[in-house]
Design a protein around this ligand. Structure first.
Ligand SMILES: C[S@@+](CC[C@H](N)C(=O)[O-])C[C@H]1O[C@@H](n2cnc3c(N)ncnc32)[C@H](O)[C@@H]1O
Length: 351
C-alpha cells in the first residue's frame, strides 16, 4: 500500500532530476505552497494525486505513484546529451529557484548603504555552495542554476577582485556622467568593484549589462540597481556576436567605460566585428580588458588582437594604449593555490 504513494524526493530520484527543481516546479504551478519550512498541498495538488503521510515527527507530502509522470516528462525530465544530464530547452531549472542574493536585496538585508563586492560574496558562498565546479567549465559556461552562480563566486571572485582592484585603484575617471558597458558581465563582479572604489560615481552613472545567462544577468541587474538606485540599468540578454550597433546607446557627453572582465581571452566571439560596432561611439571611451595570462585556449594572444585593433585607424583618436601583465598573491591558504597571473589591455579613445 505504502509503495503506491511516493515522496517528492523519491519521485525526483527515480527520474534522475533534482528534488529542488521538482519542488520549485510544483510550487510555481501552485500544486504546493510553503508554510514555514513545510510543503503543503493546494486543492490542485490534491486533485493531481497528492496527499499527506504522517511520519513520527512530521507530515510529508506524497504522490500517487504515476501522477507526476506527465508533468515530469513534459517539463523536467532530463535527456542524456554528451554523457551529461541536460534539461530540455524551455526548462531552465535555475530560473525557478530562489536567488538568495536577490532575496537578500529584496528583504533589505543588503541595501544601497551596505552593498559591496565582499557582502555579495559572503551571501553567495555561505553556506559553502554545492560542489558543481565541473559544470562551470573553468568559468566559461553559460550558467543556468543558482548552485553554479554561487560556486562561480566561490571559485573565481578572489581572482577577479585581484585583477580589478589593481586597475580601478590606478584609473582616474574624470568627473562627469559615466556610462558603463559590462560585456559578458556574468553576475556583474567587475562593475561592482568599480562602484566599491568610486562610490561618488554611483549617483552619476548608468550601466548596460550584456550577458547570455539569464539568471546571471538577473542577479547582476538587481545588484547594480541596488548600488545605483537612481541609474538606468539596461540589460541585453545576448551572446557578443549578436550585439547590434544600436544595442549600445550612450550619451555623447558621457565617459564610456567598456569593461571586458575575463571574456576576451575566451575564443567564443569575433573581436574585430564587435569592436567595429562599438569603437565609433561618440565621445570619450575607455576600453579595459582583464584576463588571466595564458597562451592556450584563446588566452593572451586574443588580448593582443584586441590591442592591435586600435592601431592605424582614422575614425577616432587613441589617447592612450597600454598592455601589460602583473602577478597578484592568491590569498587562499589552500595547499597548491597558485598566484594570479593577470594580463590587461587599456585603451583610451576620443571620437
Ligand atoms: C569567465 S566568465 C566572466 C564573467 C564576468 N565578466 C566576470 O568577470 O565574472 C565568462 C562569461 O561569458 C559568458 N559567455 C559565454 N559565452 C558567451 C558568448 N558567446 N558571448 C557572450 N558571453 C558569453 C558566460 O555566460 C560568462 O558569464
Amino acid at each position: 500500500m505504502i509503495n503506491e504513494y511516493l515522496s517528492t524526493s523519491a519521485i525526483a530520484r527515480n527520474y534522475k532530476i533534482r528534488t529542488k527543481d521538482l519542488f520549485y516546479y510544483l510550487m510555481s504551478k501552485s500544486y504546493l505552497y510553503k508554510e514555514g519550512k513545510h510543503y503543503k498541498l493546494t486543492d490542485s495538488g490534491f486533485k493531481l494525486g497528492g496527499r499527506y503521510r504522517e511520519q513520527k515527527e512530521y507530515t510529508n507530502v506524497v504522490w500517487a505513484r504515476n501522477c507526476l509522470d506527465e508533468i515530469i516528462a513534459d517539463n523536467l525530465a532530463p535527456h542524456l546529451k554528451g554523457g551529461k544530464y541536460r534539461y530540455p530547452s524551455g526548462f531552465k531549472g535555475g530560473s525557478m529557484e530562489e536567488d538568495k542574493i536577490i532575496s537578500a536585496i529584496e528583504s533589505g538585508e543588503i541595501n544601497a548603504q551596505n552593498i559591496s563586492f565582499d557582502i555579495i560574496k559572503k551571501e553567495a558562498i555561505t553556506p559553502t555552495p554545492t560542489d558543481v565546479h565541473g559544470e562551470l567549465d573553468y568559468g566559461h559556461a553559460i550558467l543556468d542554476t543558482q548552485d553554479q552562480l554561487n560556486k562561480y563566486i566561490y571559485s573565481y571572485s578572489a581572482m577577479i577582485k585581484s585583477q580589478w582592484v589593481q586597475m580601478f585603484n590606478s584609473l582616474k575617471v574624470p568627473l562627469g556622467n559615466i556610462e558603463i558597458i559590462d560585456y559578458a558581465c556574468g553576475q556583474g563582479l567587475a562593475s561592482m568593484l568599480f562602484f566599491d572604489k568610486h562610490k561618488d560615481a554611483r549617483n552619476r552613472s548608468n550601466i548596460t549589462l550584456i550577458e547570455p545567462s539569464e539568471i546571471a544577468l538577473n542577479r547582476a541587474k538587481k545588484i547594480l540597481r541596488c548600488y545605483m538606485p537612481k541609474a538606468k540599468v539596461k540589460t541585453i540578454n545576448k551572446v557578443l556576436d549578436d550585439i547590434a550597433e544600436n544595442d549600445i546607446q550612450a550619451d555623447d557627453s558621457a565617459i564610456k567605460l567598456h569593461l571586458f572582465s575575463n571574456i576576451v581571452d575566451m575564443d567564443i566571439f569575433n573581436i574585430g566585428k564587435l569592436l567595429d560596432k562599438i569603437t565609433t561611439i561618440k565621445g570619450k571611451n575607455y576600453f579595459i580588458v582583464m584576463s588571466s595570462n595564458r597562451d592556450s585556449h584563446g588566452g593572451s594572444p586574443r588580448l593582443n588582437v584586441f590591442y592591435n585593433y586600435f592601431k592605424n585607424n582614422d575614425l577616432y583618436k587613441v589617447i592612450k594604449a597600454e598592455k601589460n601583465s602583473f602577478v597578484m598573491k592568491n590569498p587562499s591558504t589552500y595547499p597548491g593555490a597558485k598566484d594570479f597571473n593577470v594580463r590587461y589591455v587599456y585603451i583610451e579613445t576620443k571620437v
